[in-house]
Design a protein around this ligand. Structure first.
Ligand code: HEC
Ligand code: HEC
Length: 371
């Protein structure tokens, strides 16, 4: 049996060598497969916007990429962000409504009431103050509110992240977007912010007129004169629109100003911007939204109190309340609320401006924002 030793020994040797070779091969193959499967190339998102617009804001720590936008979109339409898998961002932000909602005030998880009306979402890459009261300064910060609010999605962020990490599909998408093996909450926020930044609306009839308008302005005509020339608006309509635009100045993305437009005589119901500033004089101040797509996004105001734009216009025409913090623009020389005394012609023209000239109908059906 002596001869068995060397044989056995050589056998063992062989086996060792084979095992080693086998392991090395497995390693090489798995590294190769992995690098194929997990291959990741950063493709930056390109904004398809007219050249006259300023650059979209891109935070250096969260540049917008194709993969980030795709992931953010999946998350936006996913009920997984809510505690019991029933509510998604899109439950309260409906593309057909320019990503606002038809309810007067929102309803979150388990039918719980939210005290404000949802807001439209577009051109947010040009905005630096979010929510009706302006309490968030970035989108990364803003998206945390609905996810964690007890009456909206009520998520425990640790549990949310555990759930996402258990999903192979999500892990893959997070890897593609951020090159990470393990999802953290910060990445959820970053991806949602990227998707929100990617949503743009720039094809209203007024946008399409830009080449003519800029040409006429170069010839010395003012914007109101051009509007008058193009649409035959009355002087009073033009004056009124000029008043409106002191607060709703930038049709593209609003002007991020906090104002009081005299909805109520007192601010007991909702103190608005005072939550941020802590100042008594900021009570009842709210963000003045953009006029763009306003025909789609009703009901109107922070509490959705007006169902139609006719009602909104009647508020400005005859219903402004002497709120102690009513903004100057809406006071007369005596400091009282202005009364516009608009005639039928002016009302019709202003509504035409708001509903027709401001409406980007291609936006609300644009498939690139839907799943
Ligand atoms: C239960 C309804 C509801 C859900 C769900 C919801 N939102 Fe909102 N959203 C609102 C309401 C209401 C407001 C206005 C809140 C306020 O001003 O306090 C708002 C405001 C916003 C704003 C501010 C827009 C601006 O112009 O200032 C952003 C951004 C936003 N939501 C994104 C999201 C995202 C992303 C999600 C999902 C993670 C989400 N929302 C889920 C109801 C909802
Ligand atoms: C002093 C500034 C100011 C002026 C001037 C002003 N607004 Fe407003 N507007 C606001 C503010 C602030 C809000 C939001 C108020 C709130 O919800 O509490 C608002 C809300 C609106 C809304 C609702 C938007 C939405 O998404 O719910 C419309 C429509 C509107 N204004 C139209 C007009 C028109 C038309 C004029 C001119 C006749 C006008 N505004 C003049 C400040 C102003």
């Amino acid at each position: 049996m002596v001869w068995l030793w060397p044989v056995r020994s050589s056998n063992t040797m062989n086996r060792k060598v084979y095992t080693l070779l086998f392991l090395v091969t497995i390693c090489i193959v798995s590294l190769f497969v992995r690098s194929c499967v997990m291959h990741r190339e950063t493709v930056y998102f390109r904004y398809d916007i007219p050249p006259e617009l300023p650059q979209a804001y891109q935070p250096s720590h969260n540049a917008t990429t194709e993969a980030g936008v795709a992931l953010g979109k999946t998350l936006f339409f996913s009920t997984e962000l809510s505690r019991n898998n029933t509510v998604s961002c899109s439950s309260c932000h409906d593309q057909e409504k320019a990503f606002a909602e038809s309810r007067t005030t929102s309803e979150g998880i388990d039918g719980q009431k939210v005290n404000r009306n949802s807001m439209p979402l577009f051109n947010l890459a040009w905005v630096d103050r979010f929510f009706w009261d302006g309490r968030a300064a970035s989108l990364e910060e803003a998206v945390n509110f609905p996810i964690t609010a007890h009456n909206e999605m009520d998520s425990d962020t640790n549990r949310l992240v555990q759930r996402l990490n258990r999903s192979a599909r999500f892990r893959k998408q997070f890897y593609a977007a951020f090159g990470i093996e393990e999802v953290r909450y910060v990445h959820v926020r970053m991806a949602l912010a990227q998707y929100l930044r990617s949503i743009t609306s720039y094809a209203s009839p007024l946008d399409r007129m830009y080449p003519i308008v800029s040409e006429l302005m170069a010839q010395g005509l003012s914007q109101p004169e051009i509007m008058q020339r193009e649409f035959g608006f009355s002087d009073k309509t033009i004056q009124t629109l000029q008043l409106c635009e002191t607060c709703h100045s930038n049709i593209t993305y609003g002007n991020n100003k906090m104002k009081n437009n005299g909805l109520d005589i007192s601010n007991a119901g909702d103190i608005g911007f005072a939550v941020v500033s802590g100042k008594k004089t900021d009570e009842g101040l709210f963000k003045a939204p953009s006029f763009r797509n306003v025909a789609f996004s009703g009901p109107y105001m922070h509490d959705g109190r007006f169902a139609t734009l006719e009602e909104v216009l009647e508020h400005y025409n005859s219903g402004i309340q002497p709120n102690p913090n009513l903004s100057e623009e809406l006071r007369d020389e005596a400091g009282d609320p202005v009364r516009l005394n608009l005639g039928e012609r002016e009302k019709k023209e202003i509504l035409f401006f708001l509903t027709r000239l401001m409406s980007d109908t291609s936006f609300i059906t644009n498939k690139k924002y839907a799943l």
